[in-house]
Design a protein around this ligand. Structure first.
Ligand code: ADP
Ligand code: MG
Length: 379
């Protein structure tokens, strides 16, 4: 009865969202962790779409602030529930849409938990990345009589404005920074690995995490100061008419959004903070200039926005998971995080479009690409 109506409502709601092409913003509240003093909680009432933050007098007037998003997930929400509202977006990658999903929030607020999962992964605790890919395999299997899909992945890290390939297997841990090379589909020059099953994906994710960890010292966890991006490229061929679809999905675990007090940090730490500030504000600038329909969108201001270029904008579907901590001592960051996110959620980007080539266009594009490659070899 009631549950069914709710289910239907949700479907309708998702469809409407798809049509409007807004940036969707889902807010997720991390639970208190065991060992954390569970004195007072900075989060008040939560419902489907709103969240109240309780501000102690330390931050100005004591009071409540209400924020509205497309969806709010409370501290008890499961990985499965969080993914359920993301699923329609994932499916559209197989229809030739570009999708960008990113996790935003201060360090320790649960970004990696949402995208990857906790340190000890179980079937229940795996995050959006794994669920997204296993969904892609599942649906491509269901469609195998009408579509033939090729799926491949890349995994990259952006640290101090350098993009590095996380899918290297030579064991040397030498990871060379590289420039992003555009080849028509904005595929950076990082290993592009074909995958056909979830076990391939688990293998690659482990490899990526190992490579990422290899460069972090125990003292300062580098993962909080770099962005990591899992990119999925999908090519689908319609077996009846030969039309080819290209979908691309970026799954991004952003660096911590906390503002670092510049007077307190020096050396490497200051450099890191400046790079993070630069790339997160470049991301904001791109989003806001898309919203205002500026003819010039400043994608080239950071490696992050260059990498995401094809999946941010009028042609793409974008979802931001904004994460907050329930701790009262984080309330200052929490409010600035939610203010930014609420501004993002009001943005309308226009309807998304699929990347469809009829077979002859595809052939021409391939010819152009091979001519370009030949030219590049001559230079
Ligand atoms: P971030 O990536 O934003 O720095 P993490 O995802 O590493 O934060 O989360 C910090 C800690 O909180 C980790 O130990 C993580 O397992 C835990 N955690 C985060 N979100 C949740 C959640 N929704 N449920 C249970 N534990 C969580
Ligand atoms: Mg993290």
């Amino acid at each position: 009865g009631y549950q069914k109506v709710q289910e239907e409502n949700r479907k309708l709601y998702n469809q409407v969202q798809d049509l409007k092409g807004n940036i969707r913003v889902y807010c997720r509240v991390r639970p208190f962790l065991s060992g954390q003093p569970n004195r007072t909680c900075a989060v008040g009432d939560i419902d489907e779409r709103t969240i109240t933050i309780l501000t102690p007098s330390k931050y100005g007037k004591e009071g409540k602030k209400l924020f509205t998003f497309n969806k709010v997930f409370g501290p008890a929400s499961s990985q499965e529930e969080v993914f359920a509202d993301t699923q329609p977006l994932i499916r559209s990658v197989l229809d030739g849409y570009n999708v960008c999903i990113f996790a935003y929030g201060q360090t320790g607020s649960g970004k990696t938990h949402t995208m990857t999962g906790p340190a000890e992964l179980t079937k229940e605790s795996v995050g959006v990345n794994y669920r997204a890919l296993s969904d892609l395999f599942l649906i491509s299997e269901q469609r195998k009589n009408t579509f033939s899909y090729d799926i491949s992945v890349q995994m990259m890290e952006i640290y101090n404005e350098q993009v590095r390939d996380l899918l290297v297997t030579d064991g040397s841990n030498k990871r060379y920074p590289f420039d992003i090379i555009l080849n028509g589909f904005n595929v950076p020059n990082a290993n592009l690995v074909p995958v056909t099953s979830t076990s391939d994906v688990i293998y690659l994710m482990n490899l990526g995490h190992k490579n990422r960890a290899a460069s972090s010292t125990s003292m300062n966890d580098r993962s909080s100061r770099s962005h990591s991006c899992l990119t999925v490229h999908v090519q689908g061929k319609d077996l009846t008419c030969g039309t080819v679809l290209h979908g691309c999905m970026h799954l991004v675990d952003l660096a911590g959004s906390e503002r670092v007090d510049k007077s307190e940090v020096v050396g490497d730490r200051l450099k890191e903070a400046q790079h993070i500030n630069k790339s997160l504000s470049a991301l904001g600038d791109v989003i806001f200039s898309l919203a205002q329909k500026h003819p010039h969108v400043p994608y080239r201001n950071s490696k992050l926005t260059q990498l995401l270029q094809d999946s941010l904008g009028g042609q793409a579907k974008t979802l931001m998971f904004v994460h907050i901590s329930p701790q009262p001592d984080a309330v200052g960051e929490t409010i600035s995080t939610l203010k930014f996110a609420e501004r993002v959620s009001t943005i309308e980007l226009g309807a998304a479009k699929a990347n469809k080539d009829s077979s002859d266009v595809k052939e021409l594009k391939e010819q152009i690409a091979s001519l370009k490659a030949a030219l590049a070899r001559k230079e």
